[in-house]
Design a protein around this ligand. Structure first.
Ligand SMILES: NC(=O)c1ccc[n+]([C@@H]2O[C@H](COP(=O)([O-])OP(=O)(O)OC[C@H]3O[C@@H](n4cnc5c(N)ncnc54)[C@H](OP(=O)(O)O)[C@@H]3O)[C@@H](O)[C@H]2O)c1
Length: 254
C-alpha cells in the first residue's frame, strides 16, 4: 500500500488529492491546522489516515512536522499548503504577507528538502510542489508578493528536477502551476476571480496526467498554458500590464 503525505489537505486542491489517493487505496498522512477538519475528512475518506496538525507559518512547527514524518515510507508528497494576499503592495497587510512567504516558500522549501532527502535514500518517490501559473509569469501587480512566492516554488522545483535528472535519481519532482481553481483560495486572499476557475478535481486530474508523462512543470488547461507560453514572445512590460489589469479586477472593494 502506497503512503501519500499531503499538506493543506483540509480544503481545495489538497483535499481533492486526498480523495483521489484514498480512492486508489493509499494510506494517507494528512496535514492541516484544524484537527476537527482533519478528523471530519478522514472519516469521509474511509482510508487509513494519520492526522498531523501544524501551522506552517511557524518554522518550529514545520521542523516538527518534518521530524514527525521522517520514518514514514512516503511514496508521494503533495507539498500544497499555501495562500495569497491581494491588493496594491503599498497597502497590503505586511504580517499576512510575511506569514504567506513562510507558508508558500519557507515551509514548502523545508518540507521539500527533508522529504526529498529521504526519498533519495530510498531510491524512489514523487513530490508535487503546488506552485501556480502566477509563478511562471514575470510578476503580478496587485498580488505582487504572491506571484513572487510562487516564482520561488516554480524555480526551485525546476532546478532541483534538473539536478535529480543529472544524478540519475529515481525520485521525480514537479511543479503544479494552475491558473484559477474554485477553492477557498480567493476568500482567504480577499479576492474574487476575474477569470473562470476550474474545479479542484479537474486540477488534480490534469496534474495526474502530467505526472504520468513525467512533466516537470504542469499547467492545467490549454488557455492557461497559452498565457504562460505567451511570455516567450510578449515583452515583460506588456505581460505585467495585462496581468495587472486582470489582478486589479480581483481586489475586493474595501
Ligand atoms: N485556487 C487557485 O486559484 C490556485 C491557483 C494556483 C495555485 N494555487 C495553490 O494551490 C494550493 C492550495 O490552495 P487551494 O486553492 O486549494 O486553496 P484553499 O482551499 O484555501 O486551501 C489551502 C490549504 O492550505 C492550508 N493552509 C493555509 N495556510 C496554512 C498554514 N499557515 N498552515 C497550514 N496549512 C495552511 C489551508 O488550511 P486551512 O483549512 O486550515 O485554512 C488549506 O488546507 C496553494 O499553495 C495555492 O497557492 C491555488
Amino acid at each position: 500500500m502506497e503512503t501519500v503525505l499531503i499538506t493543506g489537505a483540509t480544503s481545495g486542491i489538497g483535499q481533492a488529492f486526498a480523495r483521489h489517493y484514498a480512492a486508489q487505496g493509499c494510506r494517507l498522512v494528512l496535514v492541516g491546522r484544524d484537527p476537527e477538519k482533519l478528523e471530519r475528512l478522514a472519516g469521509e475518506l474511509g482510508a487509513p489516515c494519520r492526522l498531523l496538525t501544524a501551522d506552517l507559518a511557524d518554522e518550529a512547527q514545520v521542523r516538527q512536522l518534518a521530524d514527525a514524518v521522517k520514518d514514514e515510507p512516503l511514496d508521494v508528497f503533495i507539498n500544497n499548503a499555501g495562500f495569497g494576499v491581494t491588493g496594491p503592495f503599498l497597502e497590503t497587510d505586511t504580517e499576512k504577507e510575511i506569514a504567506m512567504l513562510k507558508v508558500n516558500d519557507l515551509a514548502m522549501h523545508l518540507l521539500f528538502k527533508s522529504v526529498l532527502q529521504r526519498m533519495q535514500a530510498r531510491g524512489r518517490g514523487t513530490i508535487v510542489n503546488v506552485a501556480s501559473s502566477a509563478g511562471l509569469l514575470p510578476g503580478g501587480p496587485y498580488m505582487a508578493a504572491y506571484y513572487a512566492s510562487k516564482a520561488y516554488a516554480a524555480s526551485l522545483t525546476r532546478a532541483v528536477a534538473q539536478e535529480l535528472k543529472e544524478a540519475g535519481s529515481g525520485v521525480y519532482v514537479c511543479a503544479l502551476c494552475p491558473g484559477p481553481v474554485d477553492t477557498n483560495f480567493n476568500r482567504n486572499a480577499d479576492a474574487s476571480f476575474s477569470l473562470k476557475g476550474i474545479s479542484a478535481e479537474e486540477c488534480v486530474k490534469a496534474c495526474l496526467t502530467g505526472m504520468a508523462k513525467k512533466k516537470t512543470v504542469i499547467v492545467p488547461k490549454a488557455r492557461m498554458r497559452a498565457a504562460v507560453m505567451a511570455r516567450r514572445i510578449v515583452p515583460d512590460n506588456v505581460m505585467l500590464a495585462v496581468t495587472g489589469r486582470q489582478q486589479k479586477k480581483k481586489i475586493w472593494p474595501k
